[in-house]
Write a protein that binds this ligand. Sequence first.
Ligand SMILES: [Fe+2]
Ligand SMILES: [Fe+2]
Length: 144
Amino acid sequence: MALNLNLAGFSREYLIGIPELDEQHENFFTMLDRIAEVAPDLYRPLAEEDVDALVDVVAELREYALLHFRTEEGYMKEAGYPGLGEQKKAHNRFITDVIRMEGDLLNGLTIPPIKVRNFMHDWYREHILTLDRQFGEFQKGNKA
Ligand SMILES: [Fe+2]
Ligand SMILES: [Fe+2]
């Protein structure tokens, strides 16, 4: 029986208080769910016919990231946010990693789905919950 390791769901703790960004962050978790759908057993490398489905999710993640980072950085620029440089660096690193993963999959490299999922987990823990939240706090301070 496959273990259900998809413990993360979008919850209030992820809200940063900017509705457009919150909605995009919520979509990130929808993609995490899709990985669990594609690969119910996260530790087993996928059968060849299922790899395409994982490639689709990773491609979607790339599209998502490009749109989301552009939107988020736009808010930060407008607010004169001093953390924009740090955010841009982290965003660029994320995109580079996603593109590398996508390339590896397309080149027939077997990647256990858990690797993709862990990559996404690290992202929301280390980025959405920390850096993005800091920006939310900054915006709240601006409005106060
Ligand atoms: Fe974000
Ligand atoms: Fe960000």
